[in-house]
Design a protein around this ligand. Structure first.
Ligand SMILES: Cc1cc2nc3c(=O)[nH]c(=O)nc-3n(C[C@H](O)[C@H](O)[C@H](O)COP(=O)(O)OP(=O)(O)OC[C@H]3O[C@@H](n4cnc5c(N)ncnc54)[C@H](O)[C@@H]3O)c2cc1C
Length: 239
């Protein structure tokens, strides 16, 4: 089992993203046809960017839904993807434990376990036992391929949430802003927070007019809405 490092790669984003958001928004208020505004390129890109920044600041969010980002993600746990797929305004394609055997599965070690020698030892022993049992189950179930289905689908019940997985996710800009508000917050679980921050880094670089200043809710509110019990201290609570 190799050391697992989270890898987040931008596969694709909508082309002409700024112009797409710009014309979608202009269509709401203009007599002109968005199709002509888009192809005629009448407005300078800098001005379009300013317009888009104002859209984001004003909370007129639906034009942002026309621009999408697709990411390939690997080196994350099933515990993370279980949380990720709760976001419904998104598309997902995840590596299947039914079609892909976990012959020598990699796993994610939480930092707190990594730092604690006794906990790490216990954790690694458990992963090793699971691997052995999983492999035995594959052998025991090997003959039992009802309807062509393989033993993987039942043997995987023994696998841990720590098992490494790979997933492709597509979100539009509005959903990404929402995702960042929840998952960049210190209150979010460490692994998905790390992922969200990596995605935010990429989005901010590719489309600063939309994503500069994005992040946990407090970044736009200027105060922490989580209450005394959950605040991280970066921003004060609402006065
Ligand atoms: C810190 C934290 C702790 C959490 N703890 C738990 C937990 O203990 N247990 C648990 O089960 N989950 C938990 N969650 C998951 C959480 O409840 C949401 O399921 C998850 O964050 C997805 O958020 P969402 O529904 O807002 O987003 P999305 O599904 O991405 O939806 C985006 C927005 O679209 C709208 N929307 C989408 N679908 C509907 C719909 N059907 N009806 C109306 N509006 C809709 C809503 O406005 C929603 O906010 C936690 C999340 C966080 C960030």
């Amino acid at each position: 089992m190799a050391k697992v490092i989270m890898n987040v790669k931008l596969l694709e984003m909508s082309q002409n993203a700024i112009t797409l958001i710009y014309v979608a928004c202009r269509q709401c208020y203009s007599e002109k046809f968005a199709g002509d505004v888009f192809s005629d390129n009448l407005v300078d890109l800098k001005k379009q960017e300013e317009f888009v920044k104002n859209i984001v600041a004003s909370g007129h969010m639906s034009p942002l839904e026309h621009v999408k980002f697709s990411f390939a993600i690997e080196g994350v746990s099933r515990a993370l993807t279980h949380q990720l797929v709760r976001h419904r305004i998104a598309s997902f394609s995840q590596q299947s434990q039914r079609y892909v055997k976990e012959k020598d599965f990699d796993y994610i070690i939480p930092p707190a376990i990594q730092r604690n020698a006794a906990a790490k030892d216990e954790f690694e022993k458990l992963m090793s036992v699971i691997q052995q049992s999983y492999t035995k189950l594959l052998v025991f179930l090997g003959q039992d391929n009802i309807n062509g289905e393989t033993a993987n689908q039942d043997a995987r019940f023994a696998l841990p949430q720590a098992a490494e997985t790979k997933i492709v996710v597509t979100m539009n800009c509005r959903e990404l802003l929402h995702f960042f508000q929840h998952r960049c917050c210190a209150r979010a679980q460490w692994e998905i927070r790390y992922l969200a921050n990596k995605m935010l880094e990429i989005c901010s670089e590719k489309l600063p007019a939309v994503f500069r200043g994005a992040g946990a809710k407090c970044e736009s509110l200027g105060y922490c809405p989580e209450g005394e019990k959950f605040r991280c201290g970066k921003y004060p609570l609402k006065a």
